[in-house]
Design a protein around this ligand. Sequence first.
Ligand code: KG4
Ligand code: ZN
Length: 340
Amino acid sequence: MKILTLETTCDETAAAVITGDFEVLASVVASQDKLHQRFHGVVPEIAARAHVERILPVIDEAIRNAGITLEELDAIAVANTPGLAGSLLVGLVAAKSLCVALDKPLVAVNHLHAHIYACKLASGQDVFPCIGMIVSGGHSNLYRCNAPSEFEYLGGTIDDAAGEAFDKVANMLGLPYPGGPAVSRAALTGDRKAYRFPRSFLNDDSKIAFSFSGLKTAVRYAITGGATSEFVRPDLTDQQVADLAASFEEAVVDCLVGKALLAVRKAGLSTLCVGGGVAANTRLRERLEAEAKKANIALHIAPFELCTDNAVMGAIAIERFRAGLTENLDLDLIPGLVRQ
Ligand code: KG4
Ligand code: ZN
C-alpha cells in the first residue's frame, strides 16, 4: 500500500509518499520562510499564493523521489484542518483533483493529530493512550489522546500560541523570523534568571491553560524600560539580548513543562507525546526529558525534522484509511478548529 500525503496548512508546502509499513519513500518540504521574513510573521495571502505555485512541483518531486507513478498510489491524504483558509484550500483542491483524475480515495488529516502522530511514527511504539502537547506557531494545546484520531481537548492557550510569542519577542529583540530558532540561539549565552518574567497559571493546578500575551508585554517593558505607547527598541548589547531571550525562553518552557506534567498526572496516564514547531526547542526538550525521568513518564518528543510542518506526519492517514475512514469529494476545509 502506498499513500500520498499533502500538507499546506500554514506556510510549508509539503508532500510525502509513505507505504503501509510506514516506510517513507519520499518527503519534500518547500518552506516559505524567506517570503514572510520581512513581515516577521506569516502573511496569509502570500502563503496561499506561494502554495499555488509550489504544490504541483512538490507533488511531482515526491512521486519522482519515491520512484513510483501516480497510478500506483492507493489513496491521497490531505490536512484539511486547522490552518489558514487560503493555504488549506490549495492542498485540498490539489488532493481532490488527483482523486478525481486517478479515481483514488481521499483521506482527511487533522494537522494537530498529525503533529502528535509524528511521535508514534518516530518511536515505532504504540504511544496511545497518552497526553499530547502541541506547541506550534498557531497552537499550544494539551489533549488526552486515546487513539490516533480520538483526541480530547484538555486545555490550551487563552491568547497567543507559544511559537507566536517566540516570533513576536524575536521581532522586539531585532532577531530574524522565524523567531523560535533565533531566540533559542541568542539564549545560549544568556542568563535565564536575569529577568523575572510572569508564568501565567503555573501555580494554579486547577487549570490546564497557557497565556503568553502578558509575558510578551513584560518582555516589551523590559526592553523599553516601561510602558510606552509606541515601541522603539533602544540600542541593546548582545548580552542584554541574550539575557532577555534566555529569561523569556525559560518562562515559556516552565509553563509548557509544568502544564504537560500536570495533565499527565490529572489523567492518570504515564505517556507524554510532544510535537509542533516549538518542540524543536532544545531547552524545552532538555527540561521535558529531565522532568519526565523524575516523574517516571515515558516521553516521546517528535524528532527535529518532524517538529515543524511536514507531510510525513500525515502518515496518520494510513490508520484512517485502514479503518475505512475515507471522504467524499465535498470534504471541506475547517480553518479554526482550535479545540479539536
Ligand atoms: O508547527 P510549525 O512549523 O507551524 C505551525 O503549525 O504553526 O511551528 C512553527 C513555529 C514558529 O512560531 C517557530 O518560531 C517555532 O515553531 N519554532 C521554535 C523553534 N523552531 C521553530 N520555537 C522555539 N524554539 C525553536 N527551536
Ligand atoms: Zn504545524
